[in-house]
Design a protein around this ligand. Structure first.
Ligand code: ATP
Length: 363
């Protein structure tokens, strides 16, 4: 079932939570709504679920008007951050619940319910704990049971609101891989809300990046990461160094570096005089290089403030000659080769083509 969202806006009092949202979610896709806290992700999900009403606009499922009685018959599964399992029922009974409360006419037989529940428990790898109660399960296990319970009603659409939000980092990582695999098997159209960019990039086919009630960009994880539509998207999707530059005579000046203004890539707001004079330059830490002498690329002097070698890359914090703090990430090999130490003066360089530049000052 596909979901088409037309011109959805929502205010809470004078506050605009959603501002003219348009989105098309094709059948079988797994879409992440990603954005900082308060950007409107949950409000949008709740409107899709019918738990909240929009002020304007509408949500259509496969072309039918959502609010028509026909569509109410089409099932929507909702999983929240806090696993809402029945505490007095064991795992089997929790998953069977939705099947047992169906009207007699459409209810499966006892044996069929048992088969269905066990096949779902196998799918979420919880078969061996079918007689356990929620209190005897870990957070990750409870969340998997919550998913199995929702899947029991054979939803056409699955909505997940920060489903792994309450879990620790390692379990989150495991469960997101598991969710991706599960989705590959069952192909139900799914939307999940997250503020964790790694989670969205790893799990989703399509990422919807939201900011202040609006959609900044919709694209595959590769598209939003490598071709960000705005400084906000670039900044939100990974670690970033952010520099404020001055523009004069067709050049951008940042500290001691001057570069040509890449005018083709910039849309300048003609109304704002200030924006014409300033630019924000973004660059990811792994795109910076460190040398002991200036190299052929754009380079500037910096002093090493802190070194963290406890990861897959060595993270080096520096202060540029004009006072800005910078983070660079280099390989362990390169780190050993350069024999870098705290307080050492080095040259930091980058390829101009790797810069992401937007007019005006962003913080
Ligand atoms: P988070 O990741 O923190 O859950 P979110 O992106 O899901 O954030 P929403 O829960 O959609 O954000 O909320 C968007 C904005 O609308 C927030 O500023 C929130 O305070 C406000 N808001 C949400 N629900 C209500 C409500 N019932 N009454 C008043 N304001 C609300």
């Amino acid at each position: 079932m596909s979901i088409i969202i037309h011109n959805i806006s929502k205010k809470f009092g004078a506050f605009t939570a959603l501002n003219n949202i348009n989105l098309n979610i094709p059948t079988g896709h797994l879409v992440a709504l990603l954005g900082p806290s308060g950007c409107g992700k949950t409000t949008l999900l709740r409107i899709i679920a019918g738990l909240e009403t929009a002020d304007t606009g509408k949500v259509e499922f496969e072309g039918d008007d959502y609010f028509s009685p026909v569509v109410y018959g089409k099932r929507i599964g909702f999983v929240f951050q806090h696993y809402a399992l029945f505490r007095h029922m064991n795992v089997f009974e929790n998953v069977a619940f939705g099947l047992r409360v169906k009207p007699r006419k459409s209810r499966l037989s006892k044996a069929e319910i048992k088969d269905r529940v066990f096949s779902l428990l196998r799918l979420v790898q919880m078969e061996h704990l079918s007689d356990h109660y929620p209190g005897q399960l870990s957070g990750g296990q409870r969340q998997r049971v919550a998913l199995a319970r929702v899947l029991a009603i054979e939803p056409k659409v699955l909505l997940l609101d920060e489903p792994f939000g309450a879990l620790d980092a390692r379990v989150r990582q495991e469960l997101r891989r598991w969710l991706k695999k599960l989705h590959d098997e069952i192909h139900v159209t799914s939307i999940f809300v997250t503020h964790d960019q790694e989670e969205a990039m790893e799990v989703a086919d399509q990422v919807v990046v939201m900011n202040e009630g609006k959609i900044e960009q919709v694209g595959t994880p590769e598209e939003v990461y490598h071709k960000p539509a705005s400084g906000f998207v670039y900044n939100f999707l990974g670690n970033v160094n952010l520099f404020h530059g001055r523009i004069e005579h067709g050049q951008i000046h940042i500290g001691e570096i001057s570069m040509e203004w890449p005018e083709n890539e910039l849309v300048i707001n003609e109304d704002s005089h200030e924006q014409l004079k300033t630019a924000t330059v973004f660059l990811r830490p792994h795109l910076l290089e460190i040398d002991k002498s200036p190299n052929y690329k754009s380079s500037f002097r910096a002093k090493i403030k802190h070194i963290n070698a406890a990861g897959s890359q060595v993270k080096i914090e520096l202060v540029a000659s004009w006072g800005d703090s910078i983070v660079a990430e280099i390989s362990h090999e390169r780190f050993k080769e350069l024999q870098l130490k705290k307080n050492m003066e080095v040259y930091v360089s980058f390829d101009k083509q790797n810069l992401f530049i937007t007019p005006g000052l962003l913080t």
